[in-house]
Design a protein. Structure first.
Lengths: 424, 246
């Protein structure tokens, strides 16, 4: 029976081509859209997590109130033992201490006086204790534009654009003028080990990255850190699990009466990331619903048109005694075949486009030029296991739904009228 | 007729009320005689009460007129040897740990010194009030048992950190016991309390000033003059960049 119907569909392309194209196009669009949105949202979430918020972040309660200003006078103290303790209590996460700071980068002339100067945003991360976990997490090795990573104490990286503006190259010395955690003016000399370009305006405008212990020395922050960032060992953010960890941690360590007690926040509670996280969770549902409704309407219409075109054929089949139910069933079987192959073709085509967008991405740097939110400049699609079926299932189902609705007309045909219709 | 009598009573009352107040400009001159000098050399301690900790910074400062100032940090050890030179609106800082002289931009002069409630301008400038403000005596109040004139000052120069000031000036010693500093918008920026007033040579001078930056949290900064000399000869080379590295 299926073979018979299949042959019919192949030989009579008018019967199959339009529904096939409609299904394939819809599925392809869904696959590409899903991969693109997953990629864009995922890129933004992970980018923020890696550079700023972590999957969870620990601060003092006082610090968290002004976290955007990195108020290191309100930093966490006693971090020598604290981070190890937290790591043992929350083994599903990896913790990293970071110090974010602001300051001036001052470049000396031959007499040691100011030649060039510019404001900088600084990040102190673990770069010298062995292993490059933090550097790799922040994608620093592959963002190197010149020179290399800091290998010795008092070496630092500057964003490439900033170094060019200041007129310095790897090997040159510069001074960080900052403010200690006690508010004192501090100065510390660094040697430029290399320059980096992240492709993000917020980071490329004026960033200094140095080993956290050098930053501690520079800012008089011994045994202290501004923030402790936690990352799931799986590498991806899980809001439900993060919520459980945050609640457990805050119950133990946080007290509203003590402004210097610790407070943990999950990614979704920081930098207005909540919307993205929520949207990311609902994306699948939104896509599937929109697709099924839209495609069903289109295919219903296509089915009606097909039904009209095959009006005579159905009339003849009913007139020679074929059951209405059987005609209806064969229509559904045909749409099953069209739905299956159309969806398959749509998935294949969509995956090719999604793969291209995943590997090459689209540079939206111009749109992100003055963005205050930390966003990557090049957005890429992301193919997940979901991408494989997110279009196929609704594509297949909507073809059926469309035919189910269009085929109802068969039951309205009156046997008594059939020969009159055929004569006409 | 009734209106005329009322007007006469009002004018007489107003004039007699004002007659009780001294001339504001003369009062400012008397304050300047106490607080300002051709030059001064002083050692001071800043006890900075931060939100979390209290720390002390000790300084020695040479000031000549309104535009030259040189400060050396004596304590804590980490800051020892750090020097600052201010010439007009330019500031250079030398730190021995980096062996660098760094020029700080003009607007940084209004930043906090070492996390205290004082700005570089507060610490390093000695401007006469009469050169910057118009004054009006608005009333009398008692501060710490001393009868004070309340004076409101409005700046007539543009490049100034505090557009307005309100002073409570001791009527006997002609020295402010309390000050409030305002931005042009009317926002209260700082509040100071001056105490331990001592007779030094021919002037009254406060040996302790508590600064409170109203825009930040913390319990203020005690600025204590440990030693002060007025109008002593200061060699010119002190106010040169060469002296920063000495």
């Amino acid at each position: 029976m299926i073979r018979f119907l299949f042959k019919g569909l192949i030989r009579d392309r008018n019967r199959s081509l339009i529904p096939f194209i409609v299904t394939a196009t819809g599925v392809m669009l869904t696959v590409v859209f899903h991969a693109w949105m997953t990629g864009v949202i995922g890129n933004s979430i992970e980018f923020n997590a890696r550079f700023a918020s972590g999957h969870v972040k620990i601060m003092t309660r006082a610090y968290s109130e002004y976290a955007g200003q990195s108020p290191n006078d309100l930093a966490i103290l006693g971090t020598d033992t604290l981070t190890d303790l937290i790591s043992s209590e929350i083994p599903e996460m990896e913790f990293a201490e970071r110090i974010y700071f602001g300051g001036l980068i001052d470049v000396p002339d031959s007499r040691g006086e100011t030649r060039a100067q510019g404001p900088a945003l600084g990040i102190g991360i673990d770069m010298l204790s062995g292993g490059n976990t933090e550097a790799e997490r922040m994608n620093i090795p592959s963002s190197l534009k010149s020179g290399g990573l800091p290998r010795n104490s008092n070496e630092a990286l500057l964003s490439s654009e900033f170094a060019d503006k200041l007129g310095i190259i790897p090997g040159d010395e510069f001074t960080l003028v900052g403010s200690s955690m006690y508010g004192e003016l501090t100065m510390h000399n660094f040697i430029l080990s290399g320059t980096v370009e992240f492709g993000t305006t917020a980071l490329d405008r004026g960033t200094i990255i140095a080993d956290i212990n050098d930053v501690r020395e520079a800012l008089n922050m011994f045994d202290a850190t501004g923030e402790i960032l936690g990352f799931f060992r799986t590498g991806t953010y899980n809001d439900e699990e993060a919520t459980l960890i945050v609640n457990r941690f805050n119950e133990k360590y946080s007290s509203p009466d003590d402004e210097f007690s610790l407070l943990m926040k999950r990614l979704a509670q920081q930098n207005n990331m909540g919307f993205l996280v929520e949207y990311s969770g609902k994306l699948k549902g939104i896509l599937v619903s929109v697709f099924i409704v839209a495609m069903s309407l289109i295919l219903w219409n296509a089915g009606l048109l097909g039904g009209l075109r095959r009006y005579g054929e159905f009339g003849m089949r009913l007139a020679i005694g074929e059951e209405k139910g059987h005609v209806y069933k064969t229509m559904l079987m045909e749409s099953l075949i069209i739905g299956f192959f159309g969806s398959l073709a749509g998935v294949a085509l969509g995956m090719v486009i999604a793969l291209y967008l995943q590997n090459h991405g689209i540079d939206l740097g111009i749109m992100m030029k003055n963005a205050s939110v930390m966003m990557p400049q090049v957005f890429r699609a992301r193919i997940t296991p979901e991408t494989w079926y997110i279009g196929f299932v609704p594509g297949f189902l909507s073809t059926q739904l469309g035919t189910l609705l269009a085929g109802i007309g068969i039951y309205r045909r009156q046997t008594a009228q059939l020969f009159k219709e055929l004569e006409a | 007729m009734k209106r005329l009598i009322a007007l006469i009573i009002f004018i007489t009352g107003y004039l007699s009320l004002n007659a009780q107040y001294p001339d504001a400009k003369k009062l400012l001159e008397r304050i300047d005689q106490n607080m300002s000098s051709e030059n001064r050399v002083f050692s001071s301690s800043m006890i900075i009460h931060g939100r979390r900790t209290t720390h002390t910074v000790k300084l020695r400062t040479w000031t000549a007129g309104e535009e030259k100032s040189f400060t050396e940090y004596l304590f804590p050890v980490r800051e020892q040897g750090t020097k600052m030179l201010k010439l007009e609106d330019q500031l250079w800082i030398y730190s021995p740990s980096t062996d660098r002289i760094i020029q700080i931009a003009g607007h940084m002069l209004r930043q906090s010194v070492m996390g205290s409630d004082l700005s570089y301008e507060d610490l390093m400038e000695d401007n006469k009030l009469t050169d910057q403000y118009n004054a009006k005596v608005t009333g009398t109040e008692t501060v710490d048992g001393h009868q004070c004139w309340v004076i409101e000052l409005t700046a007539f120069v543009t490049e100034i950190a505090y557009h307005g000031k309100k002073l409570w000036v001791d009527q006997e010693r002609n020295i402010p016991l309390k000050e409030e500093m305002y931005a042009k918008s009317g926002t209260l920026l700082k509040r100071t309390e001056l105490s331990d007033i001592q007779r030094i040579n021919e002037r009254w001078y406060p040996k302790k000033i508590v600064f409170r930056d109203m825009l930040k949290e913390g319990d203020g900064t005690e600025f204590i003059i440990d030693e002060i000399e007025f109008n002593v000869p200061i060699e010119d080379h002190i106010f040169s960049k060469a002296s920063l590295k000495k």
